[in-house]
Design a protein around this ligand. Structure first.
Ligand code: GUN
Length: 300
C-alpha cells in the first residue's frame, strides 16, 4: 500500500479561509474585529520566527494583531501586570504568551493568570479541566489541528483504536482527550511503555508526538492505519552537502508510507495547522465573548 498524503498546508489554508470569512461576517454585522495579543519575553530566535508568523497570519485573516515584546529580564510582576491589562481589554479576544519563558519566570503561574476565556493556547488549568470533563473549552492548537485532519479523513472516528505516543501537556494528553471525545479507544504510550511496537501495531490511528527523529518505523504500523506525525526534528543531511540539515518527523516517512492508509508529511503536515487553529480559536473566543454563533468546523 502507498499511503494517501494528508496535505496539512492545503488544509490549513482552508481553515484560514473559513476564519477569514467568519471574521468578515462579524465585522460587518457587529462592527467587532477579533484581536489576538501575543507576548514574547526575550529573544529566542525560534520564538521570534513563530511570533512573526502568527502576527502576519492574524492580519491576513482580517484580525487585529497586538504584539508585546519584553526584555529577557522582565520581572514576573511586570509580565503579570501586562496580562491583567490584556485580560481587561475588550479589544483583545485571545492572549498567547510564547513559550518557553526565561528561567526566572514561572510558566504555570503566568499561563494561569490569563483569563481562561482568552486562553487561545488552551493551556490554562481551567481549560485543561473542561476538556478532560468533556465540556466546552479552549483546545490546544496542535491537537485541534490533528483532530480536524482526522475527522476530515475518516468522517467518524467512533470505535477506532488510537495510540498517542507522547504524554506532554501540550500535545499528547489533550490529543488523547479529544480522541476519547470522538469515541476512539485511546492508549497513551510513552518512554516506559512495554512492547511499544506491539501497542502501535494495534492502532487504526497513530499520533506520534515525542520529538525523536524517525522513531516509528513502518513495521510498527498496521496496514491501512492513519499516521499523524507531530514531530518536527532537524537532523544532519550530509547528502545535501557539508553542514546541511533537513526536517524529519517522529515517524520514518518512507517506510510508514508504504504500509499506512494515510500519513501527514514533515514538513507540510501538522505544522501549518497549529497557527491556523490559533486563528480559529481566536475567532471562537471572540464569538463566545460576544454571544455570537461560533463558526462551524473550527472547534472540537
Ligand atoms: N512555543 C512553541 N509552541 C508554542 C505554542 O503552541 N504556544 C505557545 N504559547 N508557545 C509555544
Amino acid at each position: 500500500m502507498t499511503a494517501q498524503i494528508i496535505d496539512g498546508k492545503a488544509f490549513a489554508a482552508t481553515v484560514r479561509e473559513k476564519v477569514a470569512t467568519h471574521v468578515a461576517r462579524i465585522k460587518e454585522a457587529q462592527g467587532i474585529t477579533p484581536g489576538l495579543a501575543v507576548v514574547l519575553v526575550g529573544e529566542d530566535p525560534a520564538s521570534q520566527v513563530y511570533v512573526r508568523n502568527k502576527g502576519k497570519q492574524t492580519v491576513e485573516v482580517g484580525m487585529n494583531s497586538i504584539e508585546h515584546k519584553l526584555d529577557a529580564d522582565t520581572s514576573e510582576e511586570t509580565l503579570l501586570a501586562l496580562i491583567d491589562d490584556l485580560n481587561k481589554d475588550a479589544g483583545v479576544h485571545g492572549i498567547l504568551v510564547q513559550l518557553p519563558l526565561p528561567d526566572h519566570l514561572d510558566e504555570d503561574l503566568v499561563i494561569n493568570a490569563i483569563d481562561p476565556a482568552k486562553d487561545v493556547d488552551g493551556f490554562h488549568i481551567s481549560n485543561v479541566g473542561l476538556l478532560g470533563t468533556g465540556q466546552k473549552s479552549m483546545v490546544p492548537c496542535t491537537p485541534l489541528g490533528c483532530l480536524m485532519m482526522l475527522r476530515d479523513h475518516h468522517g467518524s472516528l467512533s470505535g477506532l483504536n488510537a495510540v498517542v505516543i507522547g504524554r506532554s501537556n501540550i500535545v499528547g494528553k489533550p490529543m488523547a482527550q479529544l480522541l476519547l471525545g470522538d469515541s476512539c479507544t485511546v492508549t497513551i504510550a510513552h518512554s516506559r511503555t512495554k512492547d511499544l511496537p506491539d501497542v502501535v501495531r494495534g492502532a487504526d490511528i497513530v499520533v506520534a508526538a515525542v520529538g525523536r527523529p524517525e522513531m516509528v518505523p513502518g513495521d510498527w504500523i498496521k496496514p491501512g492505519a492513519t499516521v499523524i506525525d507531530v514531530g518536527i526534528n532537524r537532523i544532519d543531511a550530509p547528502e545535501k552537502g557539508d553542514g546541511k540539515t533537513r526536517l524529519v518527523g517522529d515517524c520514518h516517512f518512507d517506510s510508514c508510507a508504504e504500509v499506512a492508509g494515510a500519513i501527514t508529511p514533515v514538513p507540510g503536515g501538522v505544522g501549518p495547522m497549529t497557527i491556523a487553529c490559533l486563528l480559529a480559536n481566536t475567532v471562537t473566543a471572540c464569538c463566545r465573548a460576544n454571544g455570537l454563533a461560533e463558526p462551524d468546523g473550527l472547534t472540537a
